[in-house]
Design a protein around this ligand. Structure first.
Ligand SMILES: [Mg+2]
Length: 192
């Protein structure tokens, strides 16, 4: 089975402005506002960070690397956002992320033929066993990759980026590397 690197990303205050950045929850698709530095940060990882050998290995089918948004969305159980809206917000975030990363990749001739795919999942129940810092969302994403493209994560080349202890705990539990969002995207640390 073909394996590809996966960049796991927390959503709020990691790739999109959330409560910690703006003081408001992201409750509707029009409230999705990605940080300006997200595309270039991900491009940097694709190009240099994890040794993807795209010159030798442009697959006929499926992506060369996967971006996976893994978010607990505790707001669903707390009543800040209903489930249907959380699904729409998650889908909108993934769609915007795909567009900006694709555009960034296209800007740089070095990645000709390189394709990404974006998957997203969340764990809206308080006691759900996949909720971060548990590792379960990584398994959910791996399952979706298998169903969609017959591919699996190359775990040695996977990485997680987040802004909270739950995110670093997730990386530890999956057994992959971790970066804080402010380090990975080279931005000022959110303190709210
Ligand atoms: Mg977060």
């Amino acid at each position: 089975m073909r394996t590809v690197p996966v960049l796991f990303l927390d959503a709020d205050d990691t790739i999109r402005k959330g409560y910690g950045t703006t003081g408001a929850f992201v409750n509707t698709p029009d409230a999705v506002d990605l940080f300006d530095d997200v595309a270039v940060g991900i491009y940097r990882w694709l190009y240099a960070g994890y040794a993807i050998n795209w010159y030798d290995d442009i697959p006929e089918k499926g992506p060369s690397a996967v971006i996976a948004i893994v978010s607990n969305q505790a707001g669903v159980e707390k009543g800040h956002v209903d489930l249907d809206m959380a699904k729409q917000v998650s889908g909108e975030t993934a769609s915007q992320l795909y567009d900006v990363v694709k555009e960034e990749v296209a800007k740089h001739g070095q990645l000709d033929g390189f394709k990404i795919d974006v998957f997203h999942s969340f764990a809206p129940q308080d006691r759900h066993p996949v909720r971060k810092p548990a590792s379960g969302l990584a398994a959910v994403i791996a399952d979706r990759m298998l169903l969609a493209w017959d591919i699996a994560p190359d775990w040695d080349k996977c990485h997680m980026v987040g802004d909270r202890e739950d995110d670093s705990g997730f990386a530890t539990n999956v057994g992959i590397g971790f970066s804080w969002a402010h380090d990975f995207f080279k931005r000022e640390k959110v303190t709210a």
